[in-house]
Write a new protein. Structure first.
Lengths: 112, 114
């Protein structure tokens, strides 16, 4: 079965650089979520999209932005990277009112 | 979303049942109980969810008390691969808009020993 695809799996950037993470949800899933998980931390919600419109916003820094495209894939853009942005970034997708979410394998971002 | 409380850790022997408790005393009538787990550095994995009736699937059973203030996730025959952080999350059944996100708490670390 198709899963949530995230790319790249690993990314190393220098401080003040820009990074773009991509997420391809499960076909026909209508909602995409982004989470950030720092070392030893629990996943923290960043932002979500339903039918290509932003549906909710969590603790996402102003330096980050995201969008969902017409093919439903989503991109998380991160600018002016800081050392503290080093984390695992997970994307998840869902469909339906009570169904479970499916998470991708994540992108590990390291800022040096 | 209602807050949940879980013990920080527990362990069990391989092959035995693992019973993971969760308290959600402020749960509302329209909130479901979800369980996810995260094996080290992998994406969280959906396990099961329920509203008020007990639920069972190929992975686990979910027992929800009659007053819905607590629940127990049961892994009937734990294996070493079940070692993970298990998250109990309550969420309303609206899947769009501001209430659709999952809010992860601290979770319980289950260690399955040989």
């Amino acid at each position: 079965a198709a899963g949530v695809i995230q790319s790249p799996r690993h990314l190393i950037k220098e401080k003040r650089e820009t990074a773009t993470l991509k997420c391809y949800p499960i076909p026909r899933h209508d909602t995409v979520y982004w989470y950030q998980q720092g070392p030893g931390q629990d996943p923290q919600f960043l932002i979500s999209f339903y039918e290509k419109m932003q549906s909710d916003k969590g603790s996402i820094p102003d330096r980050f932005s995201a969008q969902q495209f017409s093919d439903y894939h989503s991109e998380l853009n991160m600018s002016s990277l800081e050392l503290g942005d080093s984390a695992l970034y997970f994307c998840a997708s869902s469909i339906g009112a009570t169904g479970g979410y499916t998470f991708g394998s994540g992108t590990r971002l390291t800022v040096v | 979303d209602a807050k949940t409380t879980q013990p920080p850790s527990m362990d069990c022997a391989e092959g035995r049942a693992a019973n993971l408790p969760c308290n959600h005393s402020t749960i509302s009538g329209n909130e479901y109980v979800y369980w996810y787990r995260q094996i080290h550095s992998q994406g969280p994995q959906y396990i099961i969810h329920g509203l008020k009736n007990n639920e069972t699937n190929e992975m686990a059973s979910l027992i929800i008390t009659e007053d819905r203030k607590s629940s127990t996730l049961i892994l009937p025959h734990a294996t070493l691969r079940d070692t993970a952080v298990y998250y109990c999350i309550v969420r309303v059944a609206i899947h769009t808009g501001a209430n659709s996100k999952l809010t992860f708490g601290k979770g319980i670390t289950l260690s399955v020993r040989p």
